[in-house]
Write a protein that binds this ligand. Structure first.
Ligand SMILES: Nc1nc2c(ncn2[C@@H]2O[C@H](COP(=O)(O)OP(=O)(O)OP(=O)(O)O)[C@@H](O)[C@H]2O)c(=O)[nH]1
Ligand SMILES: [Mg+2]
Length: 239
């Protein structure tokens, strides 16, 4: 059996982390569940530990990319990694769908697509921007450019330098493509707790946008990045 480590970055997710971890530890295909507690102040780390995860504790908030990198550094050399968000709850059990193409089809990275009803309920600006950036970088249209639900082959993951914060996913796709990796998007019936359109959601999307732009500018340059941002503001550009 392949050795798989699931890495769950978490910041103040005491509401959902126990359900997420419980669903993952019950999956035979996963050897170890590593929760990276990124400076939480609500007991996320302790709750994850009680649910059966190994917890990597970061005293100071590093952001999502830094947290996943810390999880990779603390996990030896598995054949594959699963990256999963902390707010999947019981639906994290569908993570095994992401692994199958790595085992069967020599795919290097899968990206999980949420069912339409379970997708983010934001304004779509960051998602459209990310889709445009990935289209420029790879020539492909991704349905879920920001999805944090991924399976990644061990050697590929360890060969990449992960981007900071919420730039993680877009940079991972660009860098994997540049490395010649085979990337497949795959539908899985995940659900999560979207941050919505309130002040919390808007603040989240502003941080996401900042990090995606930074990660993209470092890879594609400012000109392409700004073009994608402008086109992301226009709804018609979405597929
Ligand atoms: N390590 C780390 N993880 C974070 C941080 N903020 C959020 N996360 C994690 O990143 C994942 C995705 O965060 P969410 O808030 O669910 O974001 P999202 O689902 O992309 O966005 P919405 O659809 O708007 O809710 C979750 O596992 C969070 O716990 C952070 O500062 N550090
Ligand atoms: Mg979420």
């Amino acid at each position: 059996m392949t050795h798989v480590v699931a890495i769950v970055p978490a910041k103040d997710r005491v509401d959902s982390i126990a359900d997420t971890v419980t669903a993952l530890v019950e999956l035979d295909v996963i050897g170890e569940v590593v929760v990276v507690d990124d400076g939480s102040v609500d007991g996320t780390g302790e709750t994850a530990r009680k649910a059966g995860a190994r917890v990597v504790t970061l005293e100071r908030n590093l952001g999502k990319g830094g947290a996943v990198a810390a999880g990779v550094a603390a996990s030896g050399a598995p054949e594959s990694y699963l990256l999963l968000d902390a707010d999947l709850g019981a639906s994290a059990s569908h993570a095994k769908i992401l692994l199958q193409p790595l085992v069967d089809d020599q795919v290097d990275m899968t990206i999980g697509i949420f069912p339409k009803s379970g997708r983010s309920r934001g304004f779509g600006i960051v998602k459209r921007t990310a889709a445009r950036l990935l289209e420029q970088a790879t020539g492909r249209r991704f349905i879920e450019p920001l999805s944090g639900q991924r399976a990644v082959s061990g050697p590929l993951m360890r060969s990449l330098k992960l981007a900071d914060g919420f730039g993680l996913e877009v940079a991972l796709t660009i860098d994997a493509h540049v490395a010649g990796a085979q990337i497949v998007e795959i539908a899985a019936p995940f659900s999560h707790r979207p941050s919505g359109r309130g002040p919390r959601g808007v603040a989240h999307r502003a941080r996401q946008c900042r990090d995606v732009v930074k990660a993209s500018a470092a890879r594609l340059g400012w000109r392409s990045t700004l073009e994608a941002v402008v086109s992301g503001l226009v709804r018609n550009n979405a597929k």
